[in-house]
Design a protein around this ligand. Structure first.
Ligand SMILES: Cc1cc2nc3c(=O)[nH]c(=O)nc-3n(C[C@H](O)[C@H](O)[C@H](O)COP(=O)(O)OP(=O)(O)OC[C@H]3O[C@@H](n4cnc5c(N)ncnc54)[C@H](O)[C@@H]3O)c2cc1C
Length: 493
């Protein structure tokens, strides 16, 4: 266990422990300290991270001119909380915008690469859909609003899957060719097993408020045109040196704050309660005491830590499934790839029966990802339809990816560089019933004041969602600490 940061002060200061040093935990810790300053609250924050490095899924490997992402390749610039964090950390100049070419996105259909139509005229022209399927999509305007949408979104009886929603409003072909691969791209998941209300709550709102997605899009675009500040565009961004820039800057800032302690290589093993004090046990037998705990490690870790404290809550946490994924980075000499790779990459619908979820043309998206004269592809495999993906060794995963892409992209020979990143539990799957489960978890948490659950297992898997939640989470923790009044003398140390 290595400990950075400065003195652990005792006395009357309030203490918070953050479990997990992924982007959720680190951003929450920073916002806790800033909020405490603004409220004049004396607060100490300990961040405990099991891995030797911070960042969780945000991890970048750089070698020989390659810059490889283990997890996310980027984030959209339409989340104000993320932009606030980027500015707060002084990272604005480090941002890189995705290339214009990356707006072109592809599908693999019938064993061929097909460009996704990006405008209404392109949709009308494409032969990706039959005339009948196109009419069905246009008929969305006439599909009545679901009558039970007024009911709570967390009612399992009204919780429909992304696929069912797509089929109901836009037709089966659209659901199969567009929504199914989109869900693979975001969750590594299966549209048939993902709750629309939990995974894409905005879609539920659009149907509820406008009765039709097309009417909603028209209203939004009218509003945008009217507003002088049309709002950020939702363009994919990353950092010049990769996504690890963000957790590294967060860690630097926390380590520079005398009120914070950031410990890596420190796995939490248990969370117990002693009166009003929370006791967070770690694998070396020590414990960290706190007035508040923000558990920002994945739900399956929280389930283990809370098992003795509240078996029912632990059981609910354990019900949130994760899927395994392999990210296979392939580097080629430019001359060994016949395709121009002029785009973002390609997703592969389930009906293609491929063992890949898709491939990003990473070196076409951001600068500095491959050495001169080389190109970089990031292939994704796994998800709920291929749960044994990690049984294969790295060579088998590489060979499989190369075999699938060879004809599609005109690959010649073996890759000049291969790295495989394994994620046994990559991304939480918000299955139907997820919101109801969160409601039941909240009811249990109400009896455990001072314990908070945060991170990508619950209310959004994107980096943006995690950062947005870090702000609301920090505010909720500080509200509770402030309401609890000054600490009694001789409290936890
Ligand atoms: C392959 C892949 C591609 C992705 N692509 C994108 C993308 O392009 N855009 C996007 O927005 N999102 C993407 N995501 C999702 C996004 O990366 C994650 O949802 C987000 O990074 C989650 O952050 P987090 O802090 O909540 O969780 P994590 O990153 O999982 O961090 C949790 C931390 O808790 C630590 N921990 C676990 N157990 C313990 C313990 N017992 N004690 C202490 N610490 C513990 C872990 O080591 C980890 O550091 C992708 C994810 C994956 C896997």
């Amino acid at each position: 266990m290595t400990e950075q940061g400065v003195a652990k002060q005792q006395g009357n200061a309030r203490r918070a422990v953050v479990v997990g040093g992924g982007v959720s935990g680190l951003a929450t810790a920073l916002r806790l300290l800033e909020g405490a300053t603004a409220r004049g609250l004396d607060l100490r924050v300990d961040v405990l991270e099991a891995a030797p490095q911070v960042g969780g899924n945000l991890r970048t490997s750089a070698h020989d001119g390659w810059r490889l992402e283990w997890g996310p390749n980027g984030f959209l610039d339409n989340e104000p909380a993320t932009l606030r964090l980027v500015d707060r950390l002084g990272l604005r100049d480090e941002l890189v915008r995705s290339s214009d070419a990356a707006r072109r996105r592809f599908l693999v259909v019938g064993g061929r690469l097909r460009e996704i139509p990006a405008s209404p005229p392109a949709f009308l022209k494409t032969d990706l859909f039959t005339p009948r399927a196109k009419l069905r999509v246009l008929g969305e305007l006439l599909v009545p609003r679901r009558r039970d949408l007024g009911r709570a979104a967390d009612d399992p009886a009204t919780d429909e899957s992304v696929w069912e929603f797509g089929r109901r409003r836009l037709g089966r072909d659209f659901a199969e060719l567009m929504l199914d691969p989109m869900v693979k791209g975001i969750f590594g998941g299966d549209a048939r097993r993902l709750s629309l209300a939990a995974a894409f709550p905005r879609m539920v709102e659009l149907e509820r408020d406008h009765g039709s997605l097309f009417r909603a899009l028209a209203a939004i675009s009218k509003q945008r045109k009217r507003a002088a500040d049309a709002g950020p565009s939702g363009t994919l961004h990353s950092f010049r040196d990769g996504m690890a820039t963000l957790p590294a800057a967060l860690a630097r800032t926390l380590r520079g704050d005398p009120r914070a302690t950031l410990v890596t290589g420190c796995a939490v093993t248990s969370i117990r309660r002693d009166g009003a004090i929370w006791r967070v046990g770690v694998d070396e037998g020590a414990s960290f005491d706190a007035d508040a705990v923000v558990h920002a490690a994945p739900a399956h870790a929280a389930a283990a830590h809370l098992h003795d404290l509240d078996p029912a809550l632990s059981g609910l946490l354990d019900e949130i499934p994760y899927v395994p994924m392999a990210v296979i980075a392939l580097g080629y000499a430019r001359g060994d790839v016949a395709h121009d790779l002029d785009g973002f990459g390609a997703l592969i619908p389930t009906c293609e029966r491929s063992r890949l979820l898709g491939a990003l043309w990473t070196s076409s998206i951001f600068p500095g990802r491959a050495p001169d004269g080389r190109v970089l592809l990031h292939c994704m495999a796994g998800g709920p339809l291929d749960p044994r993906v990690l049984d294969d060794d790295d060579d088998a995963l590489r060979d499989r990816a190369v075999a699938e892409l060879r004809g599609l992209m005109g690959l010649r020979g073996d890759p000049a560089m291969t790295r495989v990143f394994r994620h046994p539990r990559a991304i939480a799957q918000y299955e139907p019933g997820h919101l109801d489960r969160l409601r039941r978890m909240d009811a249990r948490l109400a009896g455990l004041p001072g314990l908070h659950l945060s991170g990508s297992s619950y209310r959004g898997v994107s980096v943006n969602a995690c950062i947005k939640e870090s702000e609301t989470m920090a505010a909720a923790v500080l509200d509770r600490l402030a309401a609890a009044g000054p600490r009694v003398e001789g409290g936890p140390a």
